[in-house]
Design a protein around this ligand. Structure first.
Ligand code: SAH
Ligand code: SF4
Length: 367
């Protein structure tokens, strides 16, 4: 709907609370109404401006919203649930008919939303379905926020769905955890992602604590340095996959742009500046990067850095033929890291593989 003055209507999910209040002031309304609207949006997860849903807004405010604002809810094109019931994947439709995937993951006692930052991805990692589809466009802050709102709403329906609670005792509460590990490279869309995070963290909104937000990057060096400089209190995960430049470049083409030594220097700066450890992700591919010698190479590379390694057995994608490392070999890899380097690691639980909702399986086909 065009705005009254011909300007593009404001997507309310694009705005921080302060920006919403400022907009209301330019419209000649009290910021009190902006606060009420904010509460409807993020505490009640309202889906329309209607009087039934937002009874405490005066009619003149509602009329202005109808004329000059939108609520960028992303309609569900397809929802799938894994056989074990723990993972739900949503193919969401954007305003220009592009699509992104968002994943709701249920663990005991908590729910995590895995959120996309771009339609497709320009980084081209060979084993990643998003990389295989190429880059279409960046998401706006509102499109990133709307994914979290979608999952927060979905949790409410999980709660009211009879019999579902047994799956995740204690999850009943609200969305508390977000991982930026969906489609796209978040540090390749830095400003929109950080703006969205500011909105998600607002303590009188969705109130996602910074320590429950993890951003995963392929290794965009300028973005890592900027995160360090801005002292953003997030968890940072860096996708490593190989401990030599030559091996890494075969899996992660952007390693040619940001070589391993520059990446490790940026990681060191990040940890020194922020005092934070980094999670290093390692997709385990049988015969390629999963031998004890590979583990020794990563141990040596990360020596002296505050680090934890997250091992992810390869998930299948149509464009890459590799085989996932078996659990036994993954444990061996972990053993080398632990015993020879005192380096903590986890093997990531495989989730939603039957609905292609695992790491690196997200694309826009909904398959
Ligand atoms: N673009 C970011 C975040 C999205 S991918 C990044 O690359 O870090 C999240 C994680 O899944 C990354 O560590 C990525 O390397 C990994 N991944 C991609 N494809 C995968 C696959 N097929 N199997 C297992 N992990 C994969
Ligand atoms: Fe992009 Fe991450 Fe996939 Fe690489 S792994 S192509 S950076 S989404």
């Amino acid at each position: 709907m065009p705005a009254a003055n011909g300007a593009t209507p404001a997507n309310l999910y694009d705005l921080t609370r302060g920006e919403l209040q400022a907009l209301f002031v330019t419209w000649g309304f009290s910021p009190v109404h902006a606060t009420r609207l904010w509460n409807y949006l993020y505490l009640e997860l309202a889906a329309t401006f209607s009087a039934e849903v937002m009874p405490d807004l005066p009619e003149k405010v509602r009329a202005r919203l109808h004329a000059a604002a939108t609520l960028g809810i992303l309609p569900v094109a397809l929802a799938t649930e894994s056989r074990d019931g723990f993972t739900r994947k949503y193919l969401l439709t954007l305003g220009d008919a592009e699509r992104v995937e968002t994943v709701l993951m249920r663990f005991t006692g908590r729910v995590t939303a895995c959120i996309s930052s771009q339609v497709g991805c320009a980084m081209g990692c060979v084993f990643c379905a998003t990389g295989q589809m190429g880059y279409t466009r960046d998401l706006t802050p509102g499109e990133i926020v709307a994914q979290a709102v979608h999952v927060a709403r979905a949790i409410r329906t999980l709660d009211s769905a009879k019999g579902q609670d047994r799956l995740t005792p204690g999850h009943k509460d609200r969305l508390r955890n977000i991982v930026l590990m969906g489609m796209g490279e978040p540090l390749h869309n830095y400003d929109a992602v950080m703006h969205a995070i500011d909105i998600l963290r607002d303590s009188s909104g969705l109130a996602i604590a910074a320590e429950r937000i993890t951003l995963s990057t392929v290794g965009v060096v300028p973005g890592i340095l900027r995160l360090a400089q801005e002292q953003r209190p997030l968890h940072l995960a860096v996708s490593l996959h190989a401990a030599t430049q030559a091996e890494r470049a075969t899996l992660v083409p952007v390693a040619k742009k940001w070589p391993l030594d520059e990446l490790m220097a940026a990681c060191r700066t990040y940890s020194e500046t922020t005092g934070r450890k980094i999670f290093y992700e390692w997709t385990l591919i049988e015969g390629k990067n999963d031998t004890p010698d590979h583990a020794r190479a990563v141990g040596a590379l990360l020596r002296g850095l505050p680090a934890q390694v997250n091992l992810i057995p390869l998930n299948p994608t149509s464009g890459y033929g590799g085989t996932p490392t078996a659990l036994e070999a993954a444990k061996r890899f972990q053993g080398v890291l632990a015993h020879e380097f005192k380096l903590p690691s986890t093997v990531r639980q495989r989730r939603g593989i039957d609905i292609a909702a695992g790491c690196g399986q997200l694309a826009t086909t909904g398959a």
